[in-house]
Design a protein around this ligand. Sequence first.
Ligand SMILES: *[C@@H]1O[C@H](CO)[C@@H](O)[C@H](O)[C@H]1NC(C)=O
Length: 345
Amino acid sequence: MRLQLICCVALAILRLCSAHEAALQPAVHVKLGPGSFFQWLASILLPAPVTPETTSATIATTASHVQGTTTEPSSSIPTERECSSCRCGLINTERKIVGGQETRRHQYPWMAVLLLFGHFHCAGSLINDLYVLTAGHCVEGLPPELITVRLLEHNRSDSDALVLQRRAVRVKVHELYNPRSLENDIALIRLDQPVSLEAPMRPVCLPVYSSSFEGELGKVTGWGALREGGFAAQVLQEVDVLILSQSECRSSSYTPAMITDNMLCAGYLGVGSKDACSGDSGGPLHVLLDEQPGQYQLAGIVSWGAGCARPDSPGVYTRVNQYLRWIEANTPSACACMEYPEEDY
Ligand SMILES: *[C@@H]1O[C@H](CO)[C@@H](O)[C@H](O)[C@H]1NC(C)=O
């Protein structure tokens, strides 16, 4: 089969090239894992996908609230489903607060690993029982057949029995995603089958619409490199980062034009030391939903940055609450969880 041949060629070339990859990365880069090489290769060798998902649909004039009119692929999952009640965003264990440490197993059960050709590529977040939210640059131009999603992964070298694997059946990159500016760096992956939202599985909460999150502490989780130029981590890591104001971010090493209203910056200006890094792309930047610990909303998606943890180059994230209508319009048939128990309304 053509695909298998490409895989073999890709594997052989990857072995030759992976040692040089760190050196080839430009100064301002997306935070992709080693699979970015496969993406590049796939973009050259595979025919451009002509599925309704990847052709741009009707594009409205406002950047962030576009409602694409994509035709649904025929599917056995009904549009109207019986959904049982569940709560989003609750972590599975209490944690001690230290920056940049290993997480406990299944602490953030919505964390998804995206595999490309079976190799670690990016992260994502389960936002309901059928869709994973990730960065546009992780999946742009990729046919869904090449993507596998793994949930409840912890140590990538030592998968336990709880790990759930799903195939991607649909990839929806934002219609106005721009690979040069990384504006609208957001994408949805539809899974082949719904995930049962029973303990320990749970989706993360979507963010509160109006919040800027400025001055709040965010938490990034991922299997990305532990330092600039390093290898991807085996075990899921987490790090606390301070969310900056737009003006603070625009006076960092980035020019004001680079930081749009659809982006969010987090880090420690003048200090550095804590950041997302290569391989964290597509993964979540969480913020507590209320003041109380243990329940999280998805404030950002790891998007880009200059290097990792450099003092004047904060991490840049897709500002998820600019895309709530887009997410709503592009997640048909899903069962979502509530932020609060029904009796709290
Ligand atoms: C992950 O699993 C591998 C294989 O079992 C093991 O060698 C390694 O020590 C584990 N990593 C951590 C950090 O526990």
